[in-house]
Design a protein around this ligand. Structure first.
Ligand code: OSB
Ligand code: MG
Length: 376
């Protein structure tokens, strides 16, 4: 595949409902989409960086600038034998994995089209259906949260994950468990707790949680291992796992017993597969995290979730929970049993609504091999 053209677009789409974590509330997404043209086909990638550098160091604006200034020049005009060939040219750029992932994943999409196989098969998946859970943000009131849980349980989702932070945790869990004693329940703190909270976190053991996701610092394994020794509930790492080597270190330390894999956070399909394999060889289950993606990122998440060791329901849920209208056709739907049927058609398995994307585009930059940069 010769990299003939790379196009960056920023689209803005309001969320159907605000999403609040311990680091803040999002009401409208600004999403960077990357498309790459080669020999008459186009592959698409979605950058999962947020509007602000709060989940990780990256934001849509850092991703845009690193892509334009460094990643595009490292690849434009190159002849690659596959998506993994893009890794070495981008390697001099340290970190910025969400920016790199949008390029690498676009190349995976491209290769799936060129080889006329479904993306999920190309990445090595085996599952015909994937199990779905939902992530429910912090609400204005516990009553509102209880209503939301009832809706999602009613829709069939197999696991409910609640965002927690100091002041919105034990009090919430008491009420939730009183009303829903049996549901599969987990929590995600997005690094909202510290060493002073160990006794407090131990009280989470009373609620029969599937896991506590990233309770401590975003860059920590060591103190998570200390905490895991002291509590019964399994810890799951999200923010701290940037690559397979980190997964290996975390598992050797027993800093967690479950790993959340996000394509953007680890830099794309190639590294995500390595993290998956490290966890699998350690007997540790993984699941697919979400970053409030539009349909393109969501379709990539579905493909990844078909790998064998994705043994727990992910945060990959129906388009309509996020968007009035999605940028793929059909949109992602979840069955009343709480699963997504993986598309069998070649490529992404979903058509990309380019006209809609064009209408929603607020910024666009295009680079052609052997031509000067142009902004439209
Ligand atoms: O920590 O998993 C997280 C959303 C934005 C940033 C971080 C996280 C999340 C979610 C939402 O939990 C998952 C989703 O529904 O896409
Ligand atoms: Mg998380």
């Amino acid at each position: 595949m010769k990299i003939e053209r790379i196009t960056l677009r920023e689209i803005r789409i309001p969320l159907v409902h605000f999403f609040e974590t311990s680091f803040g509330r999002t009401t409208e997404r600004r999403i960077l989409l990357v498309s790459i043209d080669s020999e008459g086909t186009t592959g698409w990638g979605e950058c999962t960086a947020g509007e602000n550098p709060f989940f990780s160091e990256e934001s849509i604006d850092t991703a845009w600038s690193v892509t334009v200034d460094f990643l595009v020049p490292s690849l434009l005009g190159k002849q690659l034998s596959g998506p993994a060939d893009a890794i070495a040219p981008m390697a001099p750029v340290r970190g910025h994995r969400m920016a790199k992932a949008s390029i690498e994943n676009a190349l995976w999409h491209l290769e799936a089209i060129q080889k006329n196989v479904p993306l999920w098969k190309l990445v090595g998946g085996t599952r015909p259906r994937i199990d779905c859970g939902v992530s429910i943000g912090i609400q204005n009131s516990i009553e509102q949260l209880l209503e939301k849980i009832a809706t999602e349980v009613g829709a069939g989702y197999r696991r409910i994950k609640l965002k927690v932070k100091p002041g919105w945790d034990l009090n919430v869990l008491e009420r939730v468990r009183a009303q829903f004693p049996k549901i599969s329940l987990s929590v995600d703190a997005n690094s909202a707790y510290t060493l002073e909270d160990f006794d407090h976190l131990r009280r989470f053991d009373a609620f029969d949680l599937l896991m506590i996701e990233q309770p401590l610092w975003h860059d920590d394994f060591y103190f998570h291992a200390k905490l895991q020794e002291k509590i019964k509930t399994a810890l799951c790492l999200d923010e701290a796992i940037h690559h397979a080597r980190a997964a290996q270190a975390a598992l050797e330390l027993t800093a967690c017993r479950i790993i959340n894999i996000k394509l953007g956070r680890v830099g794309g399909f190639t590294e995500a597969k390595r993290v998956h394999d490290v966890a699998q060889s350690n007997g540790v289950p993984v699941w697919c995290g979400g970053m409030l993606e539009s349909g393109i990122g969501r379709a990539h998440n579905i493909a990844m979730s078909t790998l064998e060791n994705f043994r727990l329901p992910g945060d990959v849920s129906a388009s309509k929970r996020y968007w009035k209208e999605d940028i793929i056709d059909p949109e992602v739907t979840v069955s009343p049993e709480g699963d997504i049927t993986v598309p069998q058609s070649p490529g992404l398995g979903f058509a990309i609504k380019e006209e809609l994307i064009d209408r929603w585009t607020v910024r666009r930059e295009e680079f052609r091999a052997g031509a000067q940069a142009g902004t439209h």
